[in-house]
Ligand binder design. Structure first.
Ligand code: ADP
Length: 399
């Protein structure tokens, strides 16, 4: 099976083409600055060593998909986009969908409805789906939602303590995000531990530009740190994570900030950047090592928040088989992992300094009761796997 995975942003399309039998990437690329005066492309295939890079006008997503199609055909990887077995689309907000969906008119309407919950992300994802439908009308298209993995949370974990009827009417609840990543690393960790996922209790930590934690009991998500939107929970590059909602009314009253300015403040000017001026953890660490006190504060706050979530998810799970780190920060920053697990020896959580410094898969020491793992995430492969699963399920139904 050949599955194309598409991740559309408002002005970008990222893609990977997988041969599912060998779990091999046949081609990948990034189309950027769609709709701007000059766009950029970078395309790589397994048939050539050097990537193709070019600047050209890319007026819309449809044109972006055409570029991908011509590239795949010219590289002799496929005969036409219509010869693909499936196209899997990352869709950020899936509302209450608990699994990926074969896209038809009804599903498309639901995705459009969920736009009010993800006003920036879902319209971009929809543009990608529509463009792919034009270029490959006969290929099954699957929507893979960032939220679906978290739909197993119990009501007491996903309900906000606000007027119940209001929440029901406006669909206000905890949804959670980064679901494909949490699912993927949980599956990989169960393989590493040689224990069926249905028997595993994990705390998963996706620490990248955005960051989230999940509590996984017997392979199913029972709580996660992001909520109605990806703003809640851990401290992130530019997002505040948890805060007292009264701060918003205070800023409105005293600073006279408008709703969209507050949105910008909390989403784009807060987090690591808000505290020390940079959202890149590598730069935060560098500044901190050069004696910058604000960078040290940002780093300490970042890790302290993670430690609090580890503690609360430990309480929720009772028994923890493993804590799993992933994402650009989780996979690479030994200091963040060290600082986040510091002082948790009473919970049986003990890091091995040397293994941690080497970014080994196992970074717990011999006395640690809880395994601590570093597992690189692969959201694209997870989207391809889920797309394959949905297509096969549908074929069986028809057959
Ligand atoms: P995104 O969420 O945008 O996909 P990534 O998962 O790539 O982002 O993570 C980006 C973050 O990872 C940045 O804060 C970056 O500084 C951090 N990062 C990447 N490599 C390292 C490293 N070697 N050490 C520390 N932090 C790193």
């Amino acid at each position: 099976m050949k599955i194309l995975v598409i991740n559309s942003g408002s002005s970008s399309i990222k893609f990977q083409l997988f041969s599912m039998k060998e779990r091999k990437v046949l081609a990948s690329g990034l189309i950027e600055q769609i709709g701007e005066p000059l766009g950029k492309i970078k395309l790589t295939s397994s048939h050539s060593k050097e990537p193709i890079t070019q600047k050209l006008v890319i007026p819309n997503h449809e044109h972006g998909i055409e570029i991908i199609s011509s590239f795949l055909i010219n590289s002799k990887i496929i005969k036409s986009l219509d010869s693909l077995d499936g196209i899997g689309h990352r869709v950020v907000h899936g509302g209450e969908f608990n699994e990926s969906q074969l896209i038809n008119d009804d599903i498309m309407q639901e995705i459009i409805k969920n736009t009010s919950l993800a006003p920036i992300h879902n319209p971009a994802n929809i543009a990608g789906i529509k463009a792919a439908e034009v270029e490959a009308p006969n290929v099954p298209q699957v929507a893979v939602f960032d939220t679906a993995f978290h739909q197993t949370m119990p009501p007491y974990a996903y309900t906000y303590a606000l007027p119940y009827d209001l929440c029901k009417r406006l669909h206000i609840r905890r949804y959670g995000f980064h679901g494909t990543s949490h699912r993927y690393i949980a599956e990989e960790a169960s393989k590493i531990l040689k224990k069926p996922l249905s028997k595993c209790n994990f705390i998963t930590l996706h620490l990248g530009g955005g960051a989230s934690a999940a509590a996984i009991k017997n392979g199913k998500c029972i709580d996660t740190s992001m909520g109605l939107s990806p703003l809640e929970g851990l401290i992130m590059g530019t997002r505040s994570g948890d805060l007292d909602p009264a701060i918003i009314f205070y800023l409105e009253r005293v600073e006279k900030l408008k709703p969209y300015e507050l949105d910008m403040l909390l989403n784009k000017q807060s987090g690591l950047k808000g505290v020390c001026g940079t959202n890149d953890l590598r730069e935060v660490q560098e500044k901190m090592n050069n004696g910058d006190e604000r960078a040290k504060l940002a780093f300490d706050m970042f890790c302290y928040r993670i430690r609090k979530y580890i503690g609360s998810y430990y309480a929720v799970l009772g028994r923890v088989d493993a804590i799993i780190f992933t994402g650009g920060i989780g996979e690479n920053s030994a200091s963040v992992r060290h600082q986040s697990c510091k002082g948790l020896s009473h919970c049986g959580i003990l890091i091995d300094k040397k293994k941690n410094a080497e970014n080994s898969t196992h970074i717990e020491n011999d006395k640690s009761e809880v395994k601590i793992l570093v597992v690189p995430t692969n959201e694209e492969l997870e989207i391809a796997k889920l797309t394959e699963h949905i297509i096969q399920k549908n074929n069986n139904k028809i057959g």
